[in-house]
Design a protein around this ligand. Structure first.
Ligand code: GUN
Ligand code: FE
Length: 416
């Protein structure tokens, strides 16, 4: 069974040529130049698109629990990021990517730490994941370890250097995004610089906004405005801006997000674990805001697994607003096409359609004890019952990166 953007399901063959989906139909196996993957009874889905990840935090799992955001950053995450070196950033990225691919994620929007980001890009290049990444930018704030404090001009210049080295590399699979950490960490001068550079290079701006009440109070106290109103005042609010979390939004901020075409990432596991709050995802979707899903960093929810994030996305809304407000189709769409729209890549990825990139995952749900199994709703099965253990084979850019015959990832990810 496969799925396109209209969320129609169908039974048939998918022919890949190079990095693309070349044909979809019946009996195409004779046209396959080399390998045929027998998928009878299995479920072929677009790879998941996660629109907020911190690969550099994978190694921090279990070392930053039971705190709220600002304490968590100041007491645990920033000191740990300050202690990173070239090798630990590389290994952290490698481990995170291995986990992501094994759980069906083929594209990420990632935010690294201040230094050593080229080593995260190396891991992205070697493993084959599709990634938009960038160094975090932070030139302002209290309780920031010396190693993470940046000068504004250096932060901008290093970001541009990384962009010029990596943006568009590997057949366009690797891209750059400017990553000002959040308003709390950035001077107005830095944010204005990011606004101009993101327009000049036509790349995304990836930041956190309105995640925690302490954070928004700090922004209001220091900048005299609500968080999103401030971003709009600077001129950053537009279709290139991706806001992670966006839990504590008032009506004016929601209106700015909708009118300017700002994108939002919902991070349900992280929002629960850091006691940040419950995002008003159905309200944003009703306002036609593009909303994707992201696991955030590993220490935010101890997991990078989209199957868990999809379930949490549904459950959080069901318990508040009833069982149908966030149904399985809506959630699966957010995890695939919705993510592609957040990244402005809806013509390239996010669904199984001819001409799109061959970023796919094959799930083996054949041993589910459902009766009669052929009548089960495939969307419900994927969203409420599937786990990462059901991921059989994964393709990115037409390459097998998780091989169902061996259940090992290729290349460097073999070290996992
Ligand atoms: N806000 C600023 N930095 C971070 C971070 O690293 N993780 C999360 N969840 N929120 C942030
Ligand atoms: Fe985050």
């Amino acid at each position: 069974m496969t799925m396109n953007d209209r969320l129609d399901t169908f039974v048939g063959d998918v022919l890949l040529e190079g990095d693309r989906i070349a044909r979809i139909g019946a009996c195409l196996e004779e046209e396959a130049a080399d390998r045929v993957v027998e998928a009878r009874g299995k479920t072929l889905l677009p790879g998941f698109v996660q629109t907020h990840i911190h690969l550099c935090q994978t190694l921090f799992r279990g070392r930053a629990d039971d705190l709220e955001l600002l304490d968590w950053l100041r007491r645990r995450i920033w000191p740990l990021e300050a202690a990173h070196d070239e090798e630990s950033v590389y290994v952290s990225a490698l481990l995170g990517i291995g986990e992501l691919i094994r759980s069906g994620t083929t594209t990420i929007l990632d935010m690294e730490t201040v230094h050593h980001t080229q080593h995260a890009f190396e891991a992205i290049r070697e493993t084959g994941i599709r990634a938009i990444s960038g160094k975090v930018m932070m030139d302002y704030g209290t309780d920031v370890p010396t190693a993470l404090q940046e000068r504004t001009d250096r932060s901008l210049q290093e970001s541009v250097d990384l962009l010029e080295a990596w943006h568009g590399k590997e057949n366009g699979r690797i891209r750059y995004a400017f990553c000002p950490r959040f308003v709390v960490s950035c001077t107005e001068e830095l944010l204005v610089g990011v606004r101009d550079l993101s327009a000049k290079y036509d790349v995304l701006v990836h930041t956190h906004a309105s995640e925690n009440r302490g954070e928004i109070e700090l922004v209001e106290r220091e900048r005299g405005m609500r968080n999103v109103v401030y971003l709009d005042h600077i001129g950053l609010a537009g279709p290139r801006l991706v806001l992670a979390h966006s839990i504590w939004l008032n009506d004016e901020e929601k209106r700015i997000i909708a009118e300017r075409g700002v994108k939002v990432t919902h991070c349900p596991g992280s929002n629960l674990k850091l006691a940040s709050g419950l995002a008003e995802t159905p309200d944003l979707l009703a306002r036609r805001v593009r909303v994707g899903i992201g696991a955030d960093g590993a220490p935010c929810n101890n997991n990078l697994d989209m199957f868990q994030e999809m379930r949490l996305t549904a459950y959080i809304q069901k318990v508040q607003h009833g069982p149908t407000v966030m149904d399985a189709r809506t959630v699966l769409r957010m995890a695939t096409m919705g993510g592609a729209e957040v990244l402005g890549m809806e013509s390239e990825i996010g669904s199984i359609e001819v001409g799109k990139k061959a970023d796919l995952q094959l799930l083996d749900l054949t041993d589910f004890h459902t009766y009669p199994s052929y009548e089960a709703d495939p969307f419900s099965r994927v969203v409420y019952a599937a786990t990462r253990g059901d991921v059989d084979t994964v393709w990115i850019d037409g390459r097998v990166v998780l091989d169902g015959r061996q259940h090992t990832t290729i290349d460097k990810a073999n070290v996992l």
